[in-house]
Design a protein around this ligand. Structure first.
Ligand SMILES: C[S@@+](CC[C@H](N)C(=O)[O-])C[C@H]1O[C@@H](n2cnc3c(N)ncnc32)[C@H](O)[C@@H]1O
Length: 355
């Protein structure tokens, strides 16, 4: 059925911090919407994916992303040398009034303003050739055409979505009512939520919830969330933090409990959790209920496996130096990438799917 549906190509500009993981986030978001996703080009910050999803759905997905800065529907890819003769591009998708924007990633660039003006006049003429009466409006265009110039290529595309400035502002660990030094920055917390493929209305569990950064981003993404932490002060802190951002949730469905992440099967029914997103302890100081950090992770993985639904995902951050045994009969490793925190601290993002 799906293969007969019309496929479109989408171009994404990704934020620079975690390019590899950002591609994985794009895949996860398409999967969340039940769409196909084939990565066609990944070139630094630029990612092109082919999918049967409609641009309206892609726009909705981008709204919950951490790493996508700009999303457009790709209309043509040409050599930059042929930029002056782009008359063969089909601009029939353009509705007037239109607006041209340029993102230039080449080392030698002309000023954005003059490039936008020059390309707008090319589009103008192309529209006239189509028998249209063109009009430009920079503030309220019906179509915004993005020309993305990178290396030898120009990607001509129809704007879908842009990340709002300040999307994650106001939720830094230090800005939350209850602070903890190991608390995640909101963008990373959102990334982990998305990699867990938690859908709207599904139950997302964070078994090491701390002061609740992942739970907050899960609620903003529309999931129902459950946080547990062994330290009995943490669920109270998470509660205060979750409530501080209640204006950002459509539904505020959450539960918190003091509990041990290695004994989840005593709290939840087997195969009952839709997604797990978590950031377990990194060092000895915070290890409880296990001899050492390796044992904690092993016990946690076993316990998690019992409560997570089949084929659902666990996304987590883990210390780089951890010797983590993953039972390949129980888990499929979907993704692993390095996450640079600072010169002396590298962590990994790991995504497992329950077999
Ligand atoms: C790295 S912190 C999590 C930080 C959290 N992501 C945040 O943003 O606040 C790890 C948390 O795991 C908790 N913890 C340690 N051992 C635990 C266990 N066996 N079960 C549940 N929580 C545990 C600690 O109390 C700590 O709050």
């Amino acid at each position: 059925m799906r293969s007969s549906m019309k496929k479109s190509r989408f171009i994404f500009l990704l934020s620079g911090e975690a390019v590899e993981t950002a591609a994985q986030e794009v895949k996860s978001l398409f999967e969340i919407a039940g769409g196909s996703c084939r990565i066609v080009i990944q070139n630094g910050f630029i990612l092109v994916a082919e999918s049967d999803l409609r641009p309206e759905t892609v726009k909705l997905l981008c709204g919950r992303s951490a790493e996508i800065r700009l999303a457009c529907e790709l209309k043509a890819k040409i050599e930059s040398s042929s930029l002056k003769t782009i008359s063969n591009i089909d601009f029939s998708f353009v509705q007037s009034p239109f607006c041209v924007r340029v993102k230039d990633f080449r080392s030698e660039k002309e000023s954005t303003e003059s490039a936008e003006e020059r390309l707008a006049s090319v589009v103008w003429m192309a529209l006239q050739d189509l028998g249209r009466t063109p009009a430009v409006d920079l503030s309220h265009p019906r179509t915004t055409i993005y020309f993305i110039l990178a290396g030898e290529h120009v990607y001509v595309s129809n704007f879908i979505w842009k990340q709002a400035k300040g999307e994650f502002v106001g939720r830094a660990p230090s800005e939350k009512p209850r602070f903890h030094p190991t608390s995640l920055v909101p963008k990373l917390a959102r990334l982990i939520v998305n990699l867990s493929r938690a859908k709207t209305g599904e139950l997302l569990l964070d078994p090491f919830c701390g002061v609740g950064s992942i739970l907050i981003e899960g609620l903003i993404a529309g999931a129902n969330v459950f946080g547990v932490d062994f330290d009995k002060t943490k669920p109270k802190d998470a509660d205060a933090n979750i409530n501080a951002y209640r204006r950002l949730y459509k539904h505020k469905n959450y539960k918190l409990k003091t509990w041990d992440a290695t004994k989840l099967e005593k709290l939840f029914k087997p195969n009952s959790i839709d997604a797990i997103a978590t950031d377990p302890p990194y060092g000895r100081s915070s290890v409880v209920s296990a001899k050492n950090i390796n044992e904690l992770y092993e016990k946690f993985l076993k316990s998690t496996h019992k409560v997570l639904k089949k084929e659902k995902y666990l996304a987590m951050i883990r210390p780089d130096n951890l010797k983590l045994k993953i039972d390949s009969k129980k888990w499929k490793k979907v993704h692993e990438s390095e996450l640079y925190v600072h010169a002396s601290l590298t962590r990994k993002i790991l995504v497992l799917q329950k077999r």
